[in-house]
Design a protein around this ligand. Structure first.
Ligand code: ZN
Length: 408
């Protein structure tokens, strides 16, 4: 199940500017030498959406300090096993007008079952939403900005996280105005940094073949995308960790990849380059819901952009090879839309091929304009995308593309 959640969130969080009407997390946490987490989390709700209740998920291994919710808050806690195991679903009910909710809790930072991504390892700490160490909205789609002070990090750990990151002698202070559903961070010993315009890449060894590929394509993909779309307010941070499980994931302007030294198949460089460009494209738009038909709008477009990056940097023959590799599975994938969240083949193989068909029809210039508009307006629904397409390439192109999305 942890695997499922990671996959679900791979491309969930839209880039959005800080606004006063967003949910704000104020996190004070200490990681003890014994691996115990002591946390005090205040969640400030926007006035317009405060309501009278909200449900959260938190690892069941944490013990809550109940009195700290306040006398006017009713707390209902039930065990939950989804989307990951061993959770508590904590539903708070409170009087209208209450804006700040406070969670105080303590327990082992590491869940019993970590599915290959242990949060505490000899080389440091890797935390993300699958560890359920913060009270996240039970819908897993509650976006927040955050100020965090996390103590208990040894002096020699280098911290990679979103937003402004400042190390103290005992921990880290993070100010993240960007919205995200997660507060991911990597704090590892011996991380080296390679920076270029719009990107920071971190790895313990910048010289391994895979690390060199990541670096080269992180810089080049970031430059390619910044030229196509508008510049981002902050650099994209990317960190390569080494662990047995190869899981990579992406959040707002933040990507974690794995470098265990193993190659990635016959098209090693093209595959790695495609992966980096795909994850980076998500920094510009990723707002359609992962639970709906519209999710192709996040994944298929990012994959289309990634192949365009390959075309621009490694040549049309390599791009064609990657596209051709999608055709056999795509041919029997069934419709992209019309049945809820599209499956993996529909998202990553068939959807991108349909977008290349669209390019054939309307031309590359219009396609570039279309995706520039997507990056600026971040449509949540296929209808909004089709409206953009109609405006840029006409009604017939939009209806034909809509039909292709629904065709078997
Ligand atoms: Zn993706």
């Amino acid at each position: 199940m942890i695997r499922l959640l990671a996959a679900l969130l791979l491309a969930l969080t839209p880039f959005a500017a800080h606004a006063a009407d967003t949910i704000h997390y104020d996190v004070r946490a200490t990681i003890g030498a014994d691996g115990m987490l002591d946390a005090d989390v205040r969640i400030t709700l926007p006035e317009a959406a405060a309501g009278t209740g909200k449900a959260f998920l938190l690892g069941r291994r944490f013990v809550l300090v109940p009195g700290d919710f306040g006398g006017d808050v009713r707390v209902e806690t039930v065990a939950a096993e989804t989307p990951v195991a061993a959770l508590n679903r904590i539903t708070l009910s409170y009087p209208a007008g209450k804006r700040t909710l406070r969670f105080r809790y303590r327990g082992p930072l590491a869940p019993a079952e970590t599915d290959g991504v242990a949060p505490i390892r000899p080389e440091g700490v890797e935390l993300f939403i699958d560890h359920m160490w913060l009270p996240f909205g039970a819908d897993i789609q509650t976006m927040f900005d955050v100020d965090a002070r996390i103590d208990g990090l040894a002096k020699d750990l280098i911290v990679v996280a979103q937003g402004e990151v400042r190390r103290t002698s005992t921990g880290v202070i993070i100010h993240r105005p960007q919205l995200d559903v997660d507060l991911p961070l990597v704090a590892m010993r011996g991380l080296h940094k390679a920076a270029g315009p719009g990107v920071e890449y971190y790895a313990t060894d910048l010289t391994t073949p895979v690390s060199q590929l990541y670096q080269r394509h992180a810089l080049a993909a970031s430059a390619y995308l910044a030229k196509w779309f508008d510049p981002l307010p902050d650099p994209i941070r990317m960190v390569a960790v080494s662990r047995a499980r190869r899981l990579g994931y992406s959040r707002t302007g933040y990507t974690v990849v794995n470098d265990s030294g193993r190659p990635e198949g016959p098209l090693v460089e093209a595959g790695t380059a495609r992966h980096v460009a795909h994850e980076f494209a998500h920094a510009w738009w990723r707002s359609a819901s992962p639970l709906t038909d519209d999710f192709w709008l996040v994944e298929s477009t990012a994959e289309y952009v990634a192949i365009r990056y390959i075309d621009a940097t490694m040549g049309p023959d390599t791009a064609r090879q990657l596209l051709d590799a999608k055709r056999a599975e795509a041919a029997k994938a069934g419709p992209v839309m019309g049945h809820g969240r599209p499956n993996r083949v529909q998202l990553y193989q068939k959807g991108p091929l349909l977008l290349f068909d669209l390019e054939q029809r309307i031309g590359r210039d219009r396609m570039d304009t279309l995706l520039l508009e997507v990056s600026r307006t971040t449509p949540n629904t296929t209808k909004q995308f089709l409206d953009l397409l109609t405006r840029i390439a006409g009604k017939d192109a939009a209806s034909a593309f809509d039909a292709a999305l629904h065709a078997g």
